[in-house]
Design a protein around this ligand. Structure first.
Ligand code: COA
Length: 353
């Protein structure tokens, strides 16, 4: 019996995160996501997941994250045309491939974590016809990422919301990109190769590519009273509603609520519309598929939050990667310790000689 989506197949024991899809609970390195997102910086969350993966947390100080961004800045002039890709994820994938793999896995992970915000922000600056902005190692990761993207310091409330976002998405069980990273790590390949492969897996709209289209959807709907007709038109055209549904959750994704709370202080003009569209989508999808709960996933309010802090929609998926790169790296470290090559089987249904 083939199982092409590998649903329910358990491939690892992990201490990094746990997704309870029935109850809508996400635990990251021993803390509920709701608690972590409101109380911790990205650096602290990254330290916790890396430590859960087996890294020594002592060298992973906040200053070390700043130093990693500064080291990545030295690479920017040597990225060739990597940052000319029209797609931010293609640019990130190509640029990250320039980070030298080093023998120390935790050191390589830190280099990649530092590089991602520098490269993504530089991509956006170049696209807009501006010179890239050098990192400020004294700032927090979220503040510096926003500053390098916008070309000016971000508003304090925006920095806090972006930090909460980065914490919220730092890890999420055996997602497709995490599995990709673990498969690459299982061959005894290097950390940089694993995160480059994971970026490729994250790029697709069924995984991390949804938040930009969610914002496009909100723009197309315009006002709450237009939601139902627009959504019905999408379904009639055979398209899925972006930001709704999840492989694991059978209830609303808990990260949707965390991000909805985090965006509140920003008074986003799109928040009320997003809530109305979510309600309409949940109602229509329930009528269509009463046996398959389809509720908002993380991408729904990701779109609202990242837009409210001032990031362009073309940068949303890459911003997810800026955070998740810490989770991927933690999984690479954990996978390494198993020492087991991941090598499943296929069922041949072709001709025999
Ligand atoms: N809009 C409309 N229908 C949806 C849907 C959505 N967002 N999500 C699932 N469905 C439908 C499927 O078409 C399928 O219908 P069918 O049985 O008639 O073919 C049914 O619900 C079951 O879906 P399934 O394909 O088994 O779900 P999955 O576990 O493979 O899909 C996602 C999970 C995330 C890929 C899917 O919900 C999706 O495409 N969502 C939109 C993209 C998105 O938001 N991605 C970000 C994920 S964090």
């Amino acid at each position: 019996m083939t199982n092409p989506g590998l649903e329910g197949v358990v491939v690892a024991d992990t201490t990094i995160s746990d997704v309870d899809g029935e109850r809508g609970r996400l635990v990251i390195a021993g803390s509920d996501v709701e608690q972590l997102a409101g109380s911790t910086s990205f650096e602290a969350a990254a330290r916790q997941v890396l430590a859960a993966g087996g890294a020594d947390p002592a060298p992973l100080t906040d200053a070390a994250f700043g130093a990693a961004r500064a080291a990545a800045w030295e690479l920017v002039p040597r990225l060739g045309d990597a940052l000319d890709h029209p797609d931010a994820m293609d640019a990130l994938r190509t640029a990250l491939a320039h980070v030298r793999p080093v023998a120390d896995d935790a050191g390589a992970a830190l280099a990649a974590i530092g590089a991602a915000p520098v490269f993504v922000a530089a991509w956006n600056r170049r696209r807009a016809g501006h010179a890239p902005v050098a990192p400020d190692p004294a700032l927090g990761h979220a503040a510096d990422y926003l500053r390098m993207t916008l070309g000016r310091p971000g508003d304090e409330r925006c920095v806090r919301a972006l930090d909460a976002y980065l914490v919220t998405v730092v890890d999420h069980g055996m997602s497709a990109s995490t599995f990709t990273a673990r498969v690459i790590a299982s061959t005894a390949s290097d950390v940089i190769s694993a995160v480059v492969g994971a970026v490729g897996a994250l790029k697709g709209p069924l995984h991390g590519g949804a938040p930009g289209p969610v914002l496009d959807m909100l723009d197309a709907i315009g006002t709450p009273d237009g939601a139902e007709a627009w959504l019905l038109g999408e379904l009639a055209a055979g398209r899925r509603i972006m930001g709704m549904g999840h492989r694991v959750y059978r209830v609303r994704d808990p990260r949707a609520a965390v991000l909805e709370t985090a965006v509140r202080p920003l008074a986003s003009p799109r928040l009320e519309l997003a809530r109305a569209v979510e309600r309409a989508a949940a109602k229509i999808l329930h009528e269509r598929k009463p046996d398959r709960p389809l509720a908002a996933n993380v991408e729904f309010y990701t779109a609202v939050l990242l837009d409210a802090v001032g990031l362009p929609r073309e940068q949303f998926s890459a911003t997810f990667a800026v955070s998740r790169i810490a989770g991927w790296s933690a999984h690479v470290l954990e996978q390494r310790r198993t020492g087991r090559l991941i090598r499943p089987a296929s069922h041949y249904v072709g001709k025999m000689p």
